[in-house]
Write a protein that binds this ligand. Structure first.
Ligand code: ATP
Length: 237
């Protein structure tokens, strides 16, 4: 579904991503892991044209999208839920959800999807008329994910959905992601929380200093003691 070939991202002299190639297949969850500053955010932002890709090719559903504008890429069915739970703080939960569907013309479908995601994230139903800034961090993260889903993405890219949340809330977020997976949604998940991410993902890539140091299945990564220890600070094997 998504294919990245030899992508480089640079901010002036800073080389954030150095020749990364990877693939996400339909129905699969790929966890993109690695230490702080490894280039994870730069890589996924470059897929939707929001980071300066200096070379390389990105294809989606068989079309080359590398030179397309962000709006066009999003309309093809890729959404990015950025780090930091960026919701529209002064808008209500309901308004945030409707904004996620701003590019859709099927009003009945939008209404149906709002109901669907209020069922999946019941806390958002109880907070439907509240301004987003009144929500807790975990609730805002759920809203950010639900808002992305309102665009009916084929590929959902999430940047660190567990960042700064209490362990109980992180578990809840991962349960929700697991139920989205069971509905067949394809995901590219950037995470610092390698344990949780590897519990969910089919495949895993590890970035370090802008380069891919591991690309394989989640099970292979879990049993690869060296990579787990060296780059993720975890015990593997
Ligand atoms: P984190 O987990 O901390 O978000 P990351 O793996 O997502 O890290 P990036 O945020 O992609 O890594 O950063 C990769 C490198 O690019 C870092 O050295 C960072 O300082 C640099 N960088 C990121 N964004 C910019 C920017 N807008 N301008 C200049 N340098 C940047």
């Amino acid at each position: 579904m998504l294919r990245i070939d030899n992508v480089h991202v640079s901010y002036g002299p800073i080389k954030a991503v150095r020749g990364v190639s990877l693939e996400v297949r339909e129905g699969e969850i790929l966890a993109l892991l690695g230490p702080n500053g490894a280039g994870k955010t730069s890589l996924i932002s470059s897929i939707v044209g929001l980071a300066p890709r200096t070379s390389g090719k990105v294809s989606f559903d068989g079309s080359v999208i590398s030179s397309e504008q962000t709006e066009r890429i999003v309309s093809r069915g890729i959404t990015l839920t950025p780090e930091g739970r960026r919701v529209f703080a002064d808008l209500t939960v309901g308004e945030n959800l409707r904004l996620g569907a701003a590019s859709r013309r099927d009003a009945a479908g939008v209404k149906e999807d709002i109901e669907k995601y209020l069922d999946l994230f019941p806390i958002l139903r109880t907070r439907y008329a509240s301004r987003a800034r009144m929500l807790s961090g975990g609730e805002q993260q759920m809203l950010a994910i639900a808002r992305s889903l309102m665009a009916r993405p084929k590929l959902l890219m999430l940047d660190e959905p567990s960042l700064g949340l209490a362990p109980r809330i992180v578990d809840r977020i991962f349960e929700l992601l697991a139920s989205l997976r069971s509905q067949g949604l394809t995901m590219l998940l950037v995470e610092q929380n390698a344990n949780e991410a590897l519990g969910l993902a089919d495949k895993a890539c590890v970035l370090a200093s802008g380069s891919l140091v591991f690309n394989g299945t989640a099970a292979e990564l879990k049993s690869s003691g060296d990579v787990m220890e060296m780059y993720l600070g975890l015990e593997g094997g």
